[in-house]
Write a protein that binds this ligand. Structure first.
Ligand SMILES: [Fe+2]
Length: 137
């Protein structure tokens, strides 16, 4: 039985970014909850939904950083691109192999580990910079 504990996300103290993270974690939690009992078509739809949200999340976050000329912008965008690549790769593997365990492992471990590290190493400093910039306006 594939069981997954609901995931949470550290606050960046910046509402716009926290909202994006919350939406994504919500989709991920819902997906993980229904995953063991979903058919292939439903999983395809969930993966599409998740990828769409990830893309939206990255685009919005990058727009916020760009607006204030946030330091480390390029490095941050590169980290997003790498992750998007990993998600597309996982989706491709799922399309080709229909390996539920592999997909579950990717979402439960790889993606969540990325998320936690990324928030800590990239989003927290970016959010801090944006907040200080806005306070100075
Ligand atoms: Fe980010």
């Amino acid at each position: 039985m594939l069981s997954s504990k609901p995931k949470h996300c550290t606050s960046t103290q910046l509402e716009v970014i926290d909202d994006l993270h919350r939406e994504e974690i919500e989709i991920l939690n819902d997906f993980m909850r229904v995953l063991p009992n979903s058919d292939d078509d439903q999983i395809d739809e969930w993966l599409q939904r998740l990828e769409g949200q990830v893309l939206h999340h990255f685009n919005e976050e990058e727009a916020c950083m760009k607006r204030v000329m946030c330091p480390g912008f390029k490095r941050h965008v590169d980290a997003h691109s790498e992750t998007l690549k990993a998600i597309r790769e996982a989706r491709k593997n799922w399309d080709e192999e229909r390996d539920l365990m592999q997909l579950w492992n990717f979402l439960e471990y790889d993606y969540m580990a990325w998320f936690e590290h990324h928030v800590r190493d990239y989003d927290l400093p970016a959010a801090e910079f944006i907040r200080q910039y806005e306070e100075g306006q």
